[in-house]
Ligand binder design. Structure first.
Ligand SMILES: [Fe+2]
Ligand SMILES: [Fe+2]
Length: 151
C-alpha cells in the first residue's frame, strides 16, 4: 500500500495546484517504496540524499509557483503562506546539511515528517486561498461581496 493515497478530498479544485500537490506525494511514495527495497545502510544513505534533494527542489518550485499565483490574486494571506513554505524549506535544508555532514538520519522519520507537513499544509493553509483564486481566475479579484447589483 502507498504511503499516501491520493483522494479527491485532498484536492483544492485548482487543476495545476492539484497536479503539483499530487506529484510531490507520488515522489514521496516512490521514496518510501525504494526505502523498503534497500538492502544496506549505504544504499539507504545514497537514496536519502538523492530523494530528499529532489523533493526539496520540487517543493521549492511549487512554492514559487503558488506564491506568484497568490500575489497575482492579491491574496491577503500571502505572507503567512510564505512563512509556512519557509519553515518547510528550512527544515529540508537542515536535513540535507546534516546528511551531507555525514550524520546518520532516520530515513523513515524524514519521510513521515514530509508526509505529515505536506498533507496538513495542503488541506488547511492552501485550502484557505481556493475561493480567492477561483474568483480571481473568473475575473472578480477580492472578496467584495460581488455581483453587479452591489456596486
Ligand atoms: Fe501548495
Ligand atoms: Fe502552500
Amino acid at each position: 500500500m502507498s504511503l499516501v493515497e491520493w483522494t479527491t478530498d485532498i484536492e483544492t479544485g485548482i487543476d495545476e495546484i492539484d497536479r503539483q500537490h499530487r506529484r510531490f506525494t507520488e515522489m514521496l511514495n516512490e521514496f518510501h517504496d525504494k526505502l523498503e527495497e534497500c538492502t544496506s545502510l549505504d544504499e539507504e544513505r545514497a537514496l536519502t540524499g538523492k530523494a530528499v534533494g529532489e523533493l526539496a527542489q520540487y517543493a521549492a518550485r511549487h512554492f514559487e509557483y503558488e506564491e506568484k499565483m497568490l500575489s497575482d490574486c492579491h491574496y491577503q494571506g500571502l505572507s503567512l503562506q510564505q512563512e509556512c513554505h519557509g519553515f518547510f524549506r528550512d527544515k529540508l535544508d537542515e536535513i540535507i546539511g546534516r546528511h551531507r555532514a555525514g550524520e546518520r538520519l532516520l530515513t523513515l522519520d524524514i519521510i513521515h515528517f514530509m508526509r505529515r507537513w505536506w498533507l496538513d499544509h495542503i488541506t488547511t493553509s492552501d485550502r484557505q486561498y481556493v475561493a480567492v483564486v477561483k474568483d480571481c481566475a473568473a475575473g472578480q479579484p477580492g472578496n467584495c461581496g460581488g455581483g453587479e447589483g452591489n456596486r
